[in-house]
Design a protein. Sequence first.
Length: 616
Amino acid sequence: MDKEKRKILKTITKIFGEKGIEGENLKDIAEVEEKGKKRKLHTVDKITDLKDMLNKSGEKYKDKPAFKLKTDIPDEFRTITYDTLLEQVNSLGTELINIGLMGKRIAVIGENCYEWALAYLAISCGTGVVVPLDKSLPANELETLIIRSGAEAIFYTDKYNDMMQDIRARRTTDLRYYISMDLKERKGNVYSEYEFVRKGKELIENGDRRFLDSKINNEEMAFMLFTSGTTANSKAVMLSHKNICANLMDIGAVLNLDDKDTLLSFLPLHHTFECTVGFLYPMYCGACLAYSAGAKHLANELKEYQITAMISVPALLEVMYRRVMKGIEQKGKLDEVQKVAKLTNVLTKVGLDFRKKMFKEIHDNLGGKLRIVVSGAAALDHDVEKGFNDLGFRVIQGYGLTETSPVASTGSDFEQKMGAVGKVLPSYKVKIIDKDDEGVGEIILKGPCIMLGYYQNEEATKEVLEKDWFHTGDLGYIDKKGFLHISGRKKSVIILKNGKNIFPEEIESIINRIDGVKESFIYGKPEKDDENDLKLCAKVVYDEELMKEIYGIKECRGGLPCPPEEIQKIIWEKIKELNKTMPPYKYIKELIITTEELIKTTTLKIKRHEEMKKLS
């Protein structure tokens, strides 16, 4: 340590004392050999399936709070302990088996809440196959996915009452049981989750052990997860207990969460990232879960619940960071904070971390306890990642897909590199194939977390699984220290800042149904207000003669072509009608029309890169 560093250390220690150095209570650490090098990992509890996990957590953490829930009384919370959770899961599962749902597919849809989590665990821990559904889907897409899944029962919140009654009336699905998460008792043809728990408890007290003694084959499909897609074109990913549990143990090996942590669940639970990392992982390691009421409540919730960890997407983190920095700037402290950040960065390099002390006011504004945020689903802006870390918040990036259960790589308690998505998890093998001159190629993965395949879609499964290697379709590279970097998509998927994946072919197929449209091309374009986010745009090739015939457009004087403005208006009105049938994140916001055909291959596939060059 040079003289300057000694001087800084002496000054800081004088101010805060030796006890000002804050550390974390990490789990036991083991070292493993990995490609000839030592890699530090936390030791973890072995689990075979979620039933095994829940039984172990129920025993190990008994009286610890598993959930912290708001009540109608301000500042008063209701806690659900791990032994209570286990009891209610067993009770609900017992009644589900009692009504004939053993081995069946059961869907779950609704806002994040304890009842959602309870239903998910009761289904997966011994009843059947759980099918989480996207709560933002319009009725027509939701109905299609229920039909495709073969679900015979569905749990849902009050918001979906009318939608469920409409689906029941059409009789297009296999649904036999409609189960409300909100009703306290059965109402007409709608059952009550609360009542099911009560009945199941009575059955167990009378000696019914069908759920308690049920065995789980951890290599069979137990989770059916639909990828982001429209109706029949979305894929149904099949995951097993082995897949999920391997991922939970992997995460536990690199990231420390324990029974002293409280995690805020913000992202939709049907999303595999939130479900595995933000729900099941806390249950695995004995942490407490609290549910957010939405972005505008976030700042208060961090304080109210004393949140120590959360899972997020870049869009949310970037908003949080902008607010933090704006507050600092308004107080005239920006220069001061930047200077202190440089100083504390020097100290962290010699193993001394005073950032929480130095930036106490900023930490207090975010609850005072927040220590770790995992960002996934899309790339995080480098300035935001570095900025939060400079202030003493550990923000790390992860990478994965639904098909990988979902985490494939992440920064860890031991190693982190800005701009990278960490190292692949311990159980994975990774290769970069078809590299270009800069070493960038497709990322392929192999390991116990890789999906079983796509449900009823062997062709799509064969496209991505080859000799147990999963072809991600993502481009990236691994640096000399083993950190994975994502460069972009191999295929045409458009990834929005909020983590949503847009498959342009799906939307193109819908637009192409518009009378007078020959073909279309969907692409992403930077938003004016935020260059890091994209808006969906459409380039539409129309048939001039058909447009005249179908819509009665008159030629201009002298036999000139149809006025483009009029055609633009007609097609735009049709696209606005299509927008209403899709989730908001799939809305098309800009339109270009032309009579010039798109650039295509000999197999009539659009050359997307060539089309993008024309648009730039």
